[in-house]
Design a protein around this ligand. Structure first.
Ligand code: HEC
Ligand code: HEC
Length: 590
């Protein structure tokens, strides 16, 4: 990468040749509106976008030259050189089947969309007769061909997991699994992205390119801008999907989008419908159909119950009628084709949603609480302050059995380091209260954002106005001595979100994590026990490990292994994202 300082000039060339930033011409003659348009285009295309907006004000732009694709068509061994071995490999691919290129595009020397005998011939004529060199792969094709780097896969995972900041609350993850549907926890309206890169056509044969198919989802379901082929986000998502399944030719999907043949009251089973709802619609409509930020509540309303025919219509044909799909009748909710949800399953769901619930299929689990990282016992210095203080992995200080008479002025929780009481900070609410104050209460006080654990190791209840301390304690790491002896251990191998650290299995049926790092991001991330070689067939244990930024930094904690998981059921541990079914970091216990 080369850094340089050009005076800004946005030429038309710059816009179309995304990010070829070479011109050094003073900024002149642009009307403000025109300039803004170019800046936007530029920001999308350039790697150095963050710098540009800033440096623009000074009339200079610190950019980095974008590197184009490096791999030439025909370079089937991907060694960045065209040599005699390349046509030989293509011939052995065509006639002996002893070689297969890592993507078909690289063997398609003449860009004819098929790999045939003309490809090695053209390559030979280039090598020996001086014919023009084959073109380079496009950036997208290059991503199809190469194993993704760790950084590309990580960035791709963020793209897959998160809604677009410009769009609505849906992410690719909302509607598509990244593992084969049969292995997935939830059945989603779109097909798994496994195999999605190798289809001959998309969207019921209407579109030829993966990007066009993805853009239909972006525009009509995520309500955001389509991607360009060179957009980093698109390329990183491609790398992620590629990493999960090397590109192989797969069949085109055929979706039946048609109204249900059933009418009137459902003959389905509401209890089964509750089960099915909780493995399908739950992703957007939430546990117990209570609604989420993605979709409204569908809870039974005795005055205005949902009409069975209306539910069927919404499930089968929901979606913007301007998309490539036929027969859609409007709505932001995605349709469910028959291959995604059978009529029997739909009838059960209709029964569950349209009838007065007699009983639910499952108990709603209380939200999991975090792991205790450090704790202490408050010493009473005045006003009857007592309680046990626990620092939770969720970024919360919990005080249990909290007692305090409620008197004083501006009394708040206080954090400080070592003996340096006065250099601490207050957080949470004023705890002053009318008599009798707090009696055996539980406080849950969120920690201030972006505070690292090493910034404090003491907790106090303190009057902010006169500085007097009512009770205080040191926050000590949970004492691991006496927890048991180590039977097996391993170092976590990082996959996503910076997960690493030491895992030790103790003879007391506990897992101890130490020197543990993880940025705390994702959705429903748990400790996962599995047999090596079969990560999908594992078991989640312990609480959700999500934690506000900066996440887990050199942390130590212990997770209990429930009785029912005997040591022969697992030999490996992962930090596992449950809905995506992906390991953020894992290790085999030796
Ligand atoms: C709100 C739901 C929703 C969201 C969000 C969504 N999609 Fe889709 N997508 C669908 C549905 C429904 C289909 C059609 C069913 C199918 O083909 O799997 C589809 C189809 C596709 C297809 C074509 C499958 C084929 O072969 O015809 C691709 C590729 C795709 N989506 C990728 C993506 C990507 C990548 C994202 C994120 C940028 C995304 N989708 C976001 C619902 C969604
Ligand atoms: C990708 C997210 C998503 C999934 C998955 C999803 N829905 Fe929806 N649904 C929505 C959104 C958003 C709305 C409201 C906007 C609209 O009507 O399109 C909605 C609306 C509805 C409505 C209309 C509610 C009303 O009061 O008008 C019904 C009925 C419904 N969904 C049923 C279902 C059922 C049944 C399933 C599972 C088979 C399901 N949805 C799965 C997002 C989703």
């Amino acid at each position: 990468m080369r850094t340089f300082l050009p005076i800004i000039h946005f030429s038309h060339d710059l816009v179309s040749n995304s990010g070829q930033l070479t011109a050094v011409v003073p900024l002149q003659g642009f009307r403000a509106t025109k300039l803004r348009l170019y800046i936007k285009e530029f920001a999308v295309h350039s790697i150095g976008k963050a710098f540009c907006t800033f440096f623009l004000i000074f009339g200079i732009c610190l950019g980095t030259q974008k590197v184009g694709a490096q791999i030439s068509r025909g370079d089937v061994d991907l060694n960045l050189q065209l040599e005699i071995t390349d046509p030989i490999l293509i011939l052995s691919h065509l006639f002996l089947g002893t070689f297969s290129p890592s993507c078909s595009q690289v063997a398609d020397v003449d860009s004819s969309q098929v790999v045939d005998i003309s490809d090695p011939i053209q390559l030979l004529s280039h090598l020996f007769l001086g014919d023009p060199a084959p073109e380079n792969l496009s950036l997208f094709e290059e991503r199809l061909c190469l194993e993704p780097s760790q950084e590309q896969a990580e960035r791709g995972m963020l793209v897959y997991e998160n809604p677009d900041p410009e769009g609505n609350t849906f992410a690719c993850l909302t509607c598509h699994n990244l593992v084969p549907d049969a292995d997935a926890t939830y059945q989603r309206p779109g097909h798994s992205l496994v195999g999605a890169l190798g289809r001959p056509s998309y969207k019921n044969g209407e579109l030829d390119h993966f990007l066009d198919a993805v853009n239909v989802c972006r525009e009509f379901w995520m309500i955001t801008e389509p991607w360009e082929e060179e957009d980093e986000e698109f390329l990183d998502l491609t790398s992620l999907v590629r990493g999960f399944n090397p590109v192989e030719a797969t069949e085109a999907l055929e979706l039946q989008i048609e109204e249900s043949t059933h009418q009137g009251p459902s003959t389905g089973d509401p209890v089964q419908g509750c089960e099915t709802f909780h493995s399908t619609c739950i992703v957007c409509h939430g546990e117990g159909a209570l609604g989420t930020e993605r979709a409204p509540s569908l809870v039974f309303d005795p005055i205005n119950p949902l009409d069975p025919d209306y539910i069927r219509l919404r499930v089968r044909t929901s979606g913007n009628s301007d998309t490539v799909y036929e027969n859609l009748t409007g709505g932001v909710m995605p349709f469910w084709s028959h291959s995604r949800l059978s009529d029997t399953e739909l009838e059960d769901i209709v029964a569950y949603l349209s009838e007065r619930p007699v009983h639910e299929c499952r108990e709603i689990e209380p939200p999991p609480v975090g792991v205790v990282l450090r704790s202490g016992e408050l010493t009473n210095e005045s006003n009857g302050v007592m309680g046990k203080v626990e620092e939770l992995s969720t970024g919360v200080i919990r005080v249990v059995m909290f007692n305090y008479d409620g008197e004083g002025d501006e009394v708040r929780p206080w954090l400080y380091l070592g003996d340096d009481l006065d250099n601490g900070l207050s957080f949470g609410e004023n705890l002053v209260r009318e008599a009798p104050g707090w009696e055996d209460a539980t406080l849950e006080i969120p920690l201030p954002d972006d505070l690292t654990m090493d910034a404090y190791d003491h907790f106090a209840i303190r009057s902010i106005s006169d500085g007097s301390v009512f009770g205080r304690c040191e926050l000590l790491p949970i004492d691991n001595n006496g927890e048991g002896t180590v039977v097996r251990s391993g170092q976590l191998i990082e996959r996503f979100h910076g997960v690493r650290g030491l895992v030790e299995e103790l003879d007391t049926r506990k897992l101890r994590f130490s020197n543990f790092y993880y940025d705390g991001a994702g959705i429903d991330v748990r400790v996962w026990l599995y047999q090596s070689g079969n990560p999908q067939g594992g078991y989640e244990i312990g609480p959700d490990l999500l934690r506000p930024s900066p996440g887990w930094v050199d942390a130590t904690f212990v997770v209990d292994i429930p009785e029912r998981f005997t040591p022969d059921m697992y030999d490996s541990i992962s930090i596992w994202c449950v809905p995506v079914r992906v390991s953020f970091g894992d290790t085999k216990l030796e």
